[in-house]
Structure formats: C-alpha cells, structure tokens
Design a protein around this ligand. Structure first.
Ligand code: SAM
Ligand code: SF4
Ligand code: F3S
Length: 476
C-alpha cells in the first residue's frame, strides 16, 4: 500500500503524514492544508482531492496557521491508525478556537467507517467525506461555510476518478503512483477495507496510459500501479468485446517507454497469474519485485482469515515466481496473533518467511476492527503480550533475512534509477535497483541528474542500503 521502503520495515506504516506541497502563494485566495495516513492509495487520493480543490480556487499550504481548510485523509486499518488521527484532531482544536471560521474535514477510511457518528464524537469536525465522494467536496465546503455540518459517505460502484489529473504532492519528480482500481471484493476476515472502500472496480486502461505517458513526458521515470488486489484488474468496455486483464495492462504501460520503470502493488497470491509473471519477465522495465502478502504461514489460520490459499499453495506460488523470473525479489505483510493462533501456527509463519526469503516485510500485531467478519465470528483471544512477543520474533527473523539478502549483493553491478541526493551527503546520489533496494554512490565528475539510469557496482551492504560506485559507460 505502498511507497515500498527498501529497508526492513519493523513497525506499522500508520501515522505517516507528509508535509503537504506548497504551490504559487499568490494565485489562490483560500488555502488548504492536507495530511494523509495509511496506504499509498490514500496518498494518491489526496492528490485527487488537491486537484479538485485547486479547481475551486484553493491553493495548498504547508502552514497550518494560514489554512482556511484543514483536511485529514484517514486510515482505519488498525486501531492505532485511528488513535493517531484523533490525536491530530485534538491539536487542530486550538487553531479552531482562535479562528472559528476555519473548516476541518475528515476524509478517507475513518470517515467512511464512522460516518456521521464522527461529527458527534469529534465536535470540531465540520465535514465527513468518504473515499468515493470527493467530487462533492466543493458543495460540502459551501454547506460547511454556511454553518452546517456536511457529510457524504456514499460508496460507488463506478467511481474511479479517471478523468481527474492528480496534483502530484510531496514528489521527488522521478517516481509517482497511478491508481488503477478502487475497492476490494475479497473478504479477508480481519480487514476493514471492503467496508471502507466498497466494491472493486477497475479504471479505464486508456486513462491509465494517458496518465503514465503524461508523467513520462514531464520527466518521471517510475510509476507504481496501485490497487488492493492489482491482479484482479479487469476492464471491459461497454458494447465491445474488449477485455483488459492486469497482464495486458502491464504490457501496455511497459510500452510507454523502455525508460519508464513499472512497479505494482498489491498482489493477492490467489490472483497473480503466469501471464503476469511472463509479462514481467518479457520487459526489462517492469521491476522484478512482487509484494505478495502471506499474512500467516499456517493453513488453519489462513482459512480463518479467508485468504483462500493454503501454506503449500503459497509456497508453490513463490517457487513459480522464481522459476519464471529468476532472482525476483518478494516482500510480504505478516500478522501476528490472529484469533486462535497457537505457537505451532506461529512457527509455521516463521518458516514460510524463511522459505520465501522476503526482501522486506510489513509486520503487524492483529488489531480487531469493529464490523469485520473476524470481529463478529471469532474471539480476539491471543493475549497482547503474546502477540507482541511473536511480532518481535517475526521482526527479528525479517532483519536476518534482509541482512543476508543485502550481503549477497556485494560485488554485483545493478542498473540504478537516480531518485535524489543521498540523505547523508549532497555529494552522493541515492537510487534503487529493479529489486527496490536502495543504492547510494558518489556523484564523482559524471554529469548525471535525477531520473537518469546508471550502472553501479556494490562494494558494501549496510542495514537497508547498498553502497557502490559508478561503472563507467552505459549511463542514460
Ligand atoms: N490488499 C492488500 C492485501 O491483501 O495484502 C493489503 C491490504 S491492507 C491495507 C495492508 C495490510 O494490513 C494487510 O496486508 C494486513 O497485513 C494488514 N492488516 C489488515 N487488517 C489488519 C488488522 N485488523 N490487524 C492487523 N493488521 C492488519
Ligand atoms: Fe483487505 Fe484482503 Fe482486500 Fe487486502 S485483499 S484489502 S487484506 S480484504
Ligand atoms: Fe488504505 Fe487504511 Fe483505507 S490502509 S484503504 S487508508 S483503511
């Protein structure tokens, strides 16, 4: 969900807020401030919201003090994510006291989950807007400016915002997200997403291609195709026999330019097909990296989670990936302490991680979510301290796996897409290889810039980063 970090991620990604972008300060009479939480799809939605607001004469600001409108794009995936948002709302209370005309809106999954109840619970909130209702923002702002509380949490079976060009927020100018679908039709019993995001729908492929081409023309060199389950992407045009599958879409986007790298996330193990794997193998510019969340290594727990695959089936999928795409990097999401999980189940999770040799994992303790199938059917019966201890063991194992995989890269040469100055020094570049690993190397006297490709030989592995030097020739 996911700016896929290349180091071992040891904690939840919730509570990530980015500083909103600033645009021409003199062009807009009103200012909005937006903060996003949760998955990359939510961050991409904020870019759609920014586009809608710009049309309405709102410019972005990074300063809360000068905002007329504060928006929080929220996440409900775990309880902690919602607590973070409530803490932020508490901070906004003081701004509202000083300036009663300031409007505060809650967007995204928490808005959808709690609906108008959020207005009762959080009196300072003026607007509650669900993920499929962003087109109604201008009307809702007008209502709120007139002193009413405004709510729209209608979910849609069609909305994909395909005609809205997202305003790129917080970007390095090289990599960007493109949402290719919305919602989720799976019913993993632990998960709130089907309730907050609604039914799955796939976006028209032509609008996706236009967006990819436009990004490429503006100098971007990497796009990540986003969806909760990208492998079930399926688009038909009404009145025509034309069907576009995810494999077809990948191929179409890969053909925009060999210089445009393609990534995608997330793949549900049950839906990723050989067609997708062969398409990945065929195009050098489709990154050899698959995020394939296992959740648990125990078939019994997987059944309770309604993941619809077994441990053996998942392992075969990992084998198949590495057979068709040798060396392909695989990453995962893992949950510790799901309902009824025993020590044996937990050991099976550890062993599937070791077998799969994950590049990185996003690892979580199970958090019961109201309204989900698990909450209605099963007792959340693994004690908190057991969940935490198992999570620590999962994190420790992932650290070891990542360290081994990083160590193996020493001595190899990779094509690296330059993304930015390294965080440590403006004399070094930072970029990633096809497997998503971060590689840092001295700029030397080469006349290179962000968005260029360069061959880099790795000399050293540190935790989460490879260190190398440029191999002369082959820069483009
Ligand atoms: N659609 C993706 C998939 O199926 O893998 C990811 C969905 S979710 C936004 C991201 C991750 O959050 C999940 O893969 C799962 O590991 C975790 N997650 C979801 N619900 C959770 C819960 N109730 N408690 C703990 N972790 C949860
Ligand atoms: Fe949630 Fe499962 Fe859908 Fe992923 S596939 S969003 S975990 S219901
Ligand atoms: Fe994403 Fe969180 Fe919603 S992970 S889909 S923002 S519940």
């Amino acid at each position: 969900m996911l700016e896929l970090e290349t180091k071992t991620v040891v904690e939840e990604r919730q509570g990530e807020a980015y500083a909103p972008f600033a645009n021409d300060p003199n062009k807009y009479s009103k200012k909005f401030y937006i903060e996003s939480y949760g998955c990359s799809m939510n961050f991409n939605d904020s870019e759609i919201v920014a586009s809608i607001l710009q049309e309405e004469g709102f410019g972005a600001t990074t300063f809360l003090e000068e905002a007329n409108l504060i928006l929080l794009n929220t996440c409900s995936i775990r309880e902690k994510a919602e607590q973070t948002v409530r803490k932020r709302l508490n901070i906004f209370r003081s701004y509202k006291k000083e300036r009663p005309s300031l409007l505060i809106g809650v967007l995204g999954c928490m808005a959808e989950r709690l609906k108008a109840k959020l207005l009762e619970e959080e009196q300072l909130v003026d607007m509650v807007i669900g993920p499929d209702a962003y087109r109604s923002l201008p009307g809702l702002i007008a209502e709120a400016e007139g002193g009413q509380k405004a709510v729209n949490v209608l979910l849609s079976r069609e909305e994909t915002y395909s005609d809205i060009a997202p305003v790129r927020l917080d970007t390095n100018g090289v990599s960007s997200f493109i949402s290719i679908m919305r919602g989720c039709n799976n019913m993993c019993t632990f998960c709130v997403v089907p309730f907050t995001r609604g039914r799955e729908r796939s976006r028209d492929p032509q609008s996706i291609l236009r967006e990819a081409q436009d990004l490429f023309d503006r100098g971007y060199r990497e796009v990540t195709l986003l969806g909760q389950n990208v492998d079930s992407y399926y688009h038909t045009t009404s009145g025509s026999e034309d069907v576009t599958t995810f494999a077809n879409l990948l191929e179409m986007v890969a053909q925009v330019s060999p210089l445009l790298r393609i990534r995608f996330s997330t793949s549900h193990p049950k839906d990723i097909t050989d067609d997708v794997l062969h398409t990945m193998a065929k195009y050098d510019n489709i990154c050899k990296y698959i995020h394939l969340p296992v959740q648990s290594g125990s078939t019994r727990i997987l059944q309770l989670m309604n993941r619809t695959y077994t441990r053996e089936w998942y392992i075969k999928k990992v084998d198949r990936i590495r057979e068709i795409i040798p060396g392909c990097a695989i990453s995962s999401d893992v949950i510790s302490g799901f309902c009824t999980e025993t020590e044996e189940d937990h050991q099976e999770t550890l062993s599937v991680m070791a077998y799969s040799k994950y590049e990185l994992s996003y690892m979580y303790a199970y958090s019961e979510r109201p309204g989900t199938l698990a909450q209605r059917r099963y007792a959340d019966d693994v004690p908190e301290e057991v969940k935490k201890r198992r999570l620590t063991e999962i994190i420790d194992l992932q650290r070891e796996l990542s360290a081994q995989l990083f160590e193996q890269e020493v001595g190899k040469t990779f094509e690296v897409l330059i993304e930015a100055d390294s965080r440590r020094s403006a004399d070094d570049w930072s970029g990633r290889n096809t497997h998503g690993k971060v590689i840092v190397f001295p700029k030397e006297n080469y006349n290179l810039k962000k968005g260029d490709y360069v061959q880099v030989k790795v000399h050293k592995a540190t935790s989460g980063t490879l260190i190398g030097t440029i191999v002369p020739g082959n820069q483009h």
